[in-house]
Design a protein around this ligand. Structure first.
Ligand code: A3P
Length: 273
C-alpha cells in the first residue's frame, strides 16, 4: 500500500489537495464538530467538511491514498490540512493504517465525561431512528442487562477510553496524541483552542473574541471575520431523562475504566464527580 503523491494537481497559486497533517480521530459525541469548526477559524488550517471514513471503511480504504487526497479541501503551502472521523478512535485496525501513512502525524482526540458521552450517543441513535420512523428501546433496556451495565452495548464500549487508547499507543507515542478536554471546550473554548494551536505549532491566531455565548442555544458559537454562527441544531441536544439511580450506576461503572485511562495518559479529567 504505497501512498500516491501527497499533493494532487492544483492551481497556479499553489493551492492543491494534500494528505492531512493532523486528524481528529474521535471520540464520537466528544465535540469533534465543534473542534474542527473552531480549528477552521485559523487562517493556516484547511478543514475537510465531511467525515471521510477512509481508514475504517473497507470500501473507502481499498480506493487508496489518491482517493483519500481527493476528499481533502484545497490548501496552500504552509497550511495544515485536517479531517475528522470520530469512528477512527474506536476502530482497532485504524491506528496501524494511519501509522503506515505517516508515523509522525499529529493526532487530536477530544474526550468528554464517559457517562455524558453514552447519553449523547444514545440520543444520536434516537434521532437517527426517529428520522427513519423506527422505534428505539428505552434507555434502561439498552444500558442494562440483568440489572448491570451492558458491556455489549456499543455506546458503553465506546466510552471505555483506555481500551481504545491502548491500540493507539501501540503505534504512536503519547506526545503525538493531544487530548482536548471536551467538557472544558463546552464551558470555555478559547483556552482549549490555544493548547491545540500550540500542539500543532500554529501561530496564535484564534482569540477570545472568536467565541460568544449564545443563551438561546446554551453553547458557545463562533465569530469569524464578523460573521456569527452556531453549530447545527443536532449539536447540543437535550439528553433523555435518566433516573438518578441509573446515572449513578453509570458513574460507578466508569470509575475503574477512567482510572485506567488516567494512568495510561498520565493526566486526570473531572469525570468522577
Ligand atoms: P450533545 O448534542 O450530546 O450535547 P460530536 O460533534 O463529536 O458529535 O459532538 C457533539 C457534542 O459536541 C454535543 O453533544 C455538544 O455537547 C458538544 N459541543 C461542544 N461544543 C459545542 C458547541 N460550541 N456547540 C454545540 N455543541 C457543542
Amino acid at each position: 500500500f504505497v501512498p500516491t503523491p501527497a499533493a494532487a494537481t492544483g492551481d497556479a497559486e499553489g493551492a492543491s489537495r494534500r494528505l492531512p497533517q493532523t486528524i481528529i480521530i474521535g471520540v464520537r459525541k466528544g465535540g469533534t464538530r465543534a473542534l474542527i469548526e473552531m480549528l477552521g477559524l485559523h487562517g493556516d488550517v484547511a478543514a475537510a467538511e465531511n467525515e471521510v471514513h477512509f481508514f475504517d471503511w473497507e470500501n473507502h480504504f481499498e480506493k487508496g491514498f489518491s482517493w483519500y487526497v481527493s476528499q481533502m479541501p484545497f490548501s496552500y503551502p504552509g497550511q495544515i490540512t485536517v479531517e475528522k472521523t470520530p469512528a477512527y478512535f474506536t476502530s482497532g485496525k485504524v491506528p496501524g493504517r494511519v501509522h503506515r501513512m505517516n508515523p509522525h502525524i499529529k493526532l487530536l482526540l477530544i474526550l468528554r465525561d464517559p457517562t455524558e458521552r453514552v447519553l449523547s450517543d444514545y440520543t444520536q441513535v434516537f434521532y437517527n431512528r426517529l428520522q427513519r420512523r423506527k422505534q428505539l428501546q428505552p434507555i434502561e433496556s439498552v444500558l442494562l442487562r440483568d440489572g448491570e451495565i451492558n458491556l455489549d452495548y456499543k455506546a458503553v464500549n465506546r466510552s471505555l477510553y483506555y481500551v481504545h487508547m491502548q491500540n493507539w499507543l501501540r503505534f504512536f507515542p503519547p506526545e503525538r496524541i493531544h487530548i482536548v478536554d471536551g467538557d472544558r471546550l463546552i464551558r470555555d473554548p478559547f483556552p482549549e483552542m490555544e493548547r491545540v494551536e500550540q500542539f500543532l505549532s500554529l501561530s496564535p491566531q484564534i482569540n477570545a473574541s472568536n467565541f460568544y455565548f449564545n443563551k438561546t442555544k446554551g453553547f458557545y458559537c463562533l465569530r469569524d471575520h464578523g460573521r456569527e454562527r452556531c453549530l447545527h441544531d443536532s449539536k447540543g441536544r437535550a439528553h433523555p431523562q435518566v433516573s438518578a439511580a441509573l446515572r449513578d450506576k453509570l458513574y460507578r461503572f466508569f470509575h475503574e475504566p477512567n482510572k485506567k485511562f488516567f494512568e495510561l495518559v498520565g493526566r486526570t479529567f473531572d469525570w468522577n464527580e
